[in-house]
Design a protein around this ligand. Sequence first.
Ligand code: FAD
Length: 93
Amino acid sequence: MKRIAIVGAGIAGLTLDRELGNSADITLFEKYHRAGGRMSHRTLGDFSFDHGAQYFTARSKPFQDFLDPFIRSGLVAEWQPRVFTLAPGEKRL
Ligand SMILES: Cc1cc2nc3c(=O)[nH]c(=O)nc-3n(C[C@H](O)[C@H](O)[C@H](O)COP(=O)(O)OP(=O)(O)OC[C@H]3O[C@@H](n4cnc5c(N)ncnc54)[C@H](O)[C@@H]3O)c2cc1C
């Protein structure tokens, strides 16, 4: 079995790991303390902040088909954002 190193546990590295599956002996290296790369988020108390990708769009049929099982399993869902625009100095909790 081929041994493959994947550098980076962002969406690209994680997808490659998933796609290669059991066909290779894979080691995934990540320099940060958790996976996600620019799709990860940070938490502060009860709040969660996206500091990269907030959403993605699925325009093509192949990508929509790819997403179907994730939607059915509840891992992917339509985003219903609560968006606020704060005036300078305004606070909202
Ligand atoms: C502010 C912001 C908003 C965005 N909004 C959207 C959006 O709304 N919709 C959308 O589709 N996309 C959005 N994007 C783009 C999207 O986040 C990226 O295109 C995507 O996450 C990139 O994934 P990637 O796996 O290619 O790279 P990354 O997510 O950058 O992953 C690379 C990983 O490799 C690791 N790494 C790097 N060097 C090493 C090393 N030497 N050793 C070990 N690990 C290493 C990093 O720590 C990281 O985890 C946004 C990006 C930003 C920054």
